[in-house]
Design a binder for this molecule. Structure first.
Ligand code: GRF
Length: 216
Protein backbone atom coordinates (compact mmCIF):
# COMPACT_ATOMS: atom_id res chain seq x y z
CA UNK A 1 0.00 0.00 0.00
CA UNK A 2 1.45 3.39 -0.92
CA UNK A 3 1.64 6.16 1.67
CA UNK A 4 -1.06 8.15 -0.10
CA UNK A 5 -3.69 5.50 0.60
CA UNK A 6 -3.09 5.51 4.34
CA UNK A 7 -5.88 7.09 6.39
CA UNK A 8 -5.14 10.76 6.95
CA UNK A 9 -4.29 11.50 10.58
CA UNK A 10 -6.60 14.27 11.75
CA UNK A 11 -6.74 16.18 15.05
CA UNK A 12 -9.58 18.46 16.12
CA UNK A 13 -9.59 21.54 18.34
CA UNK A 14 -12.92 22.39 19.94
CA UNK A 15 -14.41 24.45 22.73
CA UNK A 16 -17.98 23.25 23.01
CA UNK A 17 -20.70 20.95 21.75
CA UNK A 18 -18.62 18.99 19.26
CA UNK A 19 -21.26 18.24 16.66
CA UNK A 20 -18.76 18.80 13.86
CA UNK A 21 -16.36 16.41 15.52
CA UNK A 22 -19.19 13.90 15.80
CA UNK A 23 -19.85 14.25 12.07
CA UNK A 24 -16.20 13.37 11.41
CA UNK A 25 -16.35 10.45 13.83
CA UNK A 26 -19.45 9.02 12.15
CA UNK A 27 -18.06 9.55 8.66
CA UNK A 28 -14.80 7.87 9.64
CA UNK A 29 -16.81 4.89 10.84
CA UNK A 30 -18.41 4.73 7.40
CA UNK A 31 -16.11 5.54 4.51
CA UNK A 32 -14.09 8.66 5.30
CA UNK A 33 -10.44 7.50 5.23
CA UNK A 34 -9.17 9.36 8.28
CA UNK A 35 -7.83 8.39 11.68
CA UNK A 36 -8.87 10.82 14.40
CA UNK A 37 -5.71 10.98 16.48
CA UNK A 38 -6.70 13.57 19.06
CA UNK A 39 -9.32 16.01 20.29
CA UNK A 40 -7.97 19.04 22.08
CA UNK A 41 -9.87 21.69 23.97
CA UNK A 42 -9.30 24.90 25.88
CA UNK A 43 -12.38 24.04 27.98
CA UNK A 44 -12.33 21.14 30.43
CA UNK A 45 -16.13 20.88 30.33
CA UNK A 46 -16.55 20.95 26.57
CA UNK A 47 -19.20 18.32 25.72
CA UNK A 48 -17.28 17.47 22.56
CA UNK A 49 -14.55 15.88 24.68
CA UNK A 50 -17.05 13.29 25.89
CA UNK A 51 -18.00 12.48 22.31
CA UNK A 52 -14.34 12.00 21.46
CA UNK A 53 -13.66 9.82 24.48
CA UNK A 54 -16.71 7.67 23.72
CA UNK A 55 -15.26 7.07 20.26
CA UNK A 56 -11.89 6.09 21.69
CA UNK A 57 -10.14 9.28 20.55
CA UNK A 58 -7.46 10.58 22.93
CA UNK A 59 -8.45 13.89 24.49
CA UNK A 60 -6.40 16.62 26.10
CA UNK A 61 -7.34 19.89 27.74
CA UNK A 62 -5.18 23.00 27.79
CA UNK A 63 -6.66 25.74 29.89
CA UNK A 64 -5.22 29.14 29.02
CA UNK A 65 -5.49 30.37 32.62
CA UNK A 66 -2.92 27.79 33.68
CA UNK A 67 -0.23 29.36 31.49
CA UNK A 68 1.61 32.63 32.02
CA UNK A 69 0.62 33.98 28.62
CA UNK A 70 -0.97 33.14 25.32
CA UNK A 71 2.32 32.18 23.70
CA UNK A 72 3.05 29.53 26.32
CA UNK A 73 -0.49 28.20 26.20
CA UNK A 74 -0.30 27.81 22.46
CA UNK A 75 3.18 26.27 22.61
CA UNK A 76 1.88 23.58 24.96
CA UNK A 77 -1.25 22.98 22.93
CA UNK A 78 0.54 22.79 19.61
CA UNK A 79 3.31 20.58 20.98
CA UNK A 80 0.62 18.10 22.00
CA UNK A 81 -1.08 18.36 18.62
CA UNK A 82 2.24 17.70 16.89
CA UNK A 83 2.89 14.75 19.20
CA UNK A 84 -0.43 13.24 18.13
CA UNK A 85 1.04 12.79 14.67
CA UNK A 86 -1.76 14.78 13.05
CA UNK A 87 -1.33 15.65 9.39
CA UNK A 88 -4.41 17.88 9.29
CA UNK A 89 -5.71 20.03 12.12
CA UNK A 90 -9.39 20.99 12.11
CA UNK A 91 -10.78 23.86 14.16
CA UNK A 92 -14.37 22.85 14.84
CA UNK A 93 -15.94 25.35 17.18
CA UNK A 94 -12.60 26.35 18.71
CA UNK A 95 -13.46 29.69 20.27
CA UNK A 96 -10.03 31.21 20.62
CA UNK A 97 -8.03 33.30 18.24
CA UNK A 98 -4.68 31.65 17.53
CA UNK A 99 -1.45 33.57 17.34
CA UNK A 100 0.48 33.91 14.12
CA UNK A 101 3.34 31.67 15.28
CA UNK A 102 1.02 28.70 15.85
CA UNK A 103 -0.88 29.27 12.65
CA UNK A 104 2.28 29.58 10.58
CA UNK A 105 3.57 26.20 11.78
CA UNK A 106 0.44 24.61 10.38
CA UNK A 107 0.05 26.66 7.24
CA UNK A 108 -1.69 24.55 4.60
CA UNK A 109 -2.64 21.90 7.15
CA UNK A 110 -5.00 23.90 9.36
CA UNK A 111 -8.65 24.47 8.48
CA UNK A 112 -11.64 25.98 10.21
CA UNK A 113 -15.37 25.66 9.72
CA UNK A 114 -17.15 28.98 9.98
CA UNK A 115 -20.92 29.51 9.86
CA UNK A 116 -21.12 32.16 7.14
CA UNK A 117 -20.48 32.63 3.48
CA UNK A 118 -17.05 34.14 3.92
CA UNK A 119 -15.87 36.80 3.37
CA UNK A 120 -19.23 37.85 4.80
CA UNK A 121 -19.62 37.86 8.57
CA UNK A 122 -16.23 37.04 9.98
CA UNK A 123 -16.37 36.63 13.75
CA UNK A 124 -19.42 35.90 15.89
CA UNK A 125 -23.25 36.06 15.63
CA UNK A 126 -23.20 35.23 11.96
CA UNK A 127 -26.80 33.95 11.72
CA UNK A 128 -28.20 37.04 13.36
CA UNK A 129 -26.10 39.32 11.17
CA UNK A 130 -27.19 37.60 7.95
CA UNK A 131 -30.86 37.96 8.92
CA UNK A 132 -30.45 41.58 9.96
CA UNK A 133 -28.75 42.39 6.68
CA UNK A 134 -31.78 41.06 4.80
CA UNK A 135 -29.77 38.37 3.02
CA UNK A 136 -31.73 35.75 1.12
CA UNK A 137 -29.17 33.05 1.78
CA UNK A 138 -26.64 32.06 4.37
CA UNK A 139 -24.15 29.27 4.63
CA UNK A 140 -20.93 27.89 5.98
CA UNK A 141 -17.34 27.89 4.81
CA UNK A 142 -14.34 25.65 5.28
CA UNK A 143 -11.24 27.78 4.98
CA UNK A 144 -7.54 27.60 5.58
CA UNK A 145 -6.52 29.36 8.76
CA UNK A 146 -4.17 32.30 8.48
CA UNK A 147 -3.28 34.89 11.12
CA UNK A 148 -6.30 36.93 9.98
CA UNK A 149 -9.41 35.79 11.88
CA UNK A 150 -11.77 33.93 9.51
CA UNK A 151 -9.77 35.51 6.73
CA UNK A 152 -7.87 32.64 5.08
CA UNK A 153 -8.52 31.21 1.62
CA UNK A 154 -11.90 29.48 1.37
CA UNK A 155 -11.92 25.91 0.06
CA UNK A 156 -15.60 25.00 0.08
CA UNK A 157 -18.98 26.46 0.97
CA UNK A 158 -22.53 25.28 1.45
CA UNK A 159 -25.60 27.52 1.14
CA UNK A 160 -29.02 27.47 2.75
CA UNK A 161 -31.97 29.79 2.16
CA UNK A 162 -33.03 32.35 4.75
CA UNK A 163 -36.79 31.99 5.14
CA UNK A 164 -39.23 34.71 6.16
CA UNK A 165 -39.57 34.69 9.94
CA UNK A 166 -36.23 33.01 10.51
CA UNK A 167 -34.55 33.63 13.83
CA UNK A 168 -30.88 33.11 14.53
CA UNK A 169 -31.83 29.79 16.13
CA UNK A 170 -34.00 28.52 13.29
CA UNK A 171 -31.38 29.50 10.75
CA UNK A 172 -28.60 27.89 12.79
CA UNK A 173 -30.67 24.71 13.03
CA UNK A 174 -31.15 24.65 9.24
CA UNK A 175 -27.48 25.23 8.61
CA UNK A 176 -25.90 22.87 11.13
CA UNK A 177 -26.55 19.56 9.32
CA UNK A 178 -25.24 21.17 6.13
CA UNK A 179 -22.13 22.32 7.98
CA UNK A 180 -21.52 18.74 9.00
CA UNK A 181 -21.80 17.49 5.44
CA UNK A 182 -19.56 20.30 4.26
CA UNK A 183 -16.84 19.55 6.77
CA UNK A 184 -16.87 15.84 5.92
CA UNK A 185 -16.66 16.65 2.20
CA UNK A 186 -13.77 19.06 2.72
CA UNK A 187 -11.85 16.66 4.94
CA UNK A 188 -12.42 13.95 2.34
CA UNK A 189 -10.54 16.05 -0.22
CA UNK A 190 -7.59 16.23 2.17
CA UNK A 191 -7.81 12.51 2.90
CA UNK A 192 -7.64 11.91 -0.83
CA UNK A 193 -4.57 14.15 -0.91
CA UNK A 194 -6.17 16.37 -3.51
CA UNK A 195 -5.74 19.79 -1.85
CA UNK A 196 -2.68 21.98 -1.63
CA UNK A 197 -2.17 25.53 -0.42
CA UNK A 198 0.65 27.28 -2.20
CA UNK A 199 1.51 30.90 -1.49
CA UNK A 200 -2.05 31.62 -0.34
CA UNK A 201 -3.61 29.95 -3.36
CA UNK A 202 -5.62 26.75 -3.19
CA UNK A 203 -5.06 23.96 -5.70
CA UNK A 204 -7.42 21.01 -6.04
CA UNK A 205 -6.19 18.19 -8.25
CA UNK A 206 -3.43 20.55 -9.32
CA UNK A 207 -5.83 23.22 -10.59
CA UNK A 208 -6.04 26.59 -8.85
CA UNK A 209 -9.42 27.42 -7.34
CA UNK A 210 -10.76 30.70 -8.62
CA UNK A 211 -13.70 30.58 -6.24
CA UNK A 212 -14.68 28.27 -3.38
CA UNK A 213 -15.95 24.84 -4.30
CA UNK A 214 -19.68 24.77 -3.85
CA UNK A 215 -21.04 21.84 -1.90
CA UNK A 216 -24.53 20.93 -2.98
C1 GRF B 1 -20.27 25.59 14.41
O1 GRF B 1 -21.36 26.36 14.04
C2 GRF B 1 -19.04 26.00 13.63
O2 GRF B 1 -19.32 26.40 12.33
C3 GRF B 1 -18.55 27.15 14.45
O3 GRF B 1 -18.80 26.80 15.78
C4 GRF B 1 -19.86 25.86 15.83
C5 GRF B 1 -19.33 24.67 16.53
O4 GRF B 1 -20.33 23.71 16.74
N1 GRF B 1 -17.16 27.45 14.15
P1 GRF B 1 -19.94 22.26 17.26
O5 GRF B 1 -19.16 22.45 18.55
O6 GRF B 1 -19.12 21.58 16.22
O7 GRF B 1 -21.24 21.58 17.50
Amino acid sequence: MSASTEPLRVAVLLSGRGSNLLALIKASQRDLPIALVGAFSNKADAPGLGLAAAAGIPTQVFEPRLYPDRAEFEQALFAAVAASGAELLVLAGFMRVLGAASVEQWRGRLINIHPSLLPKYQGLHTHERAIQAGDSEHGASVHFVTPVLDGGPVLMQVRVPIEPGDTADSLAARLLPEEHRLLVAAVRLFAQRRVRLDDGRIFVDGVELVEPLRFL
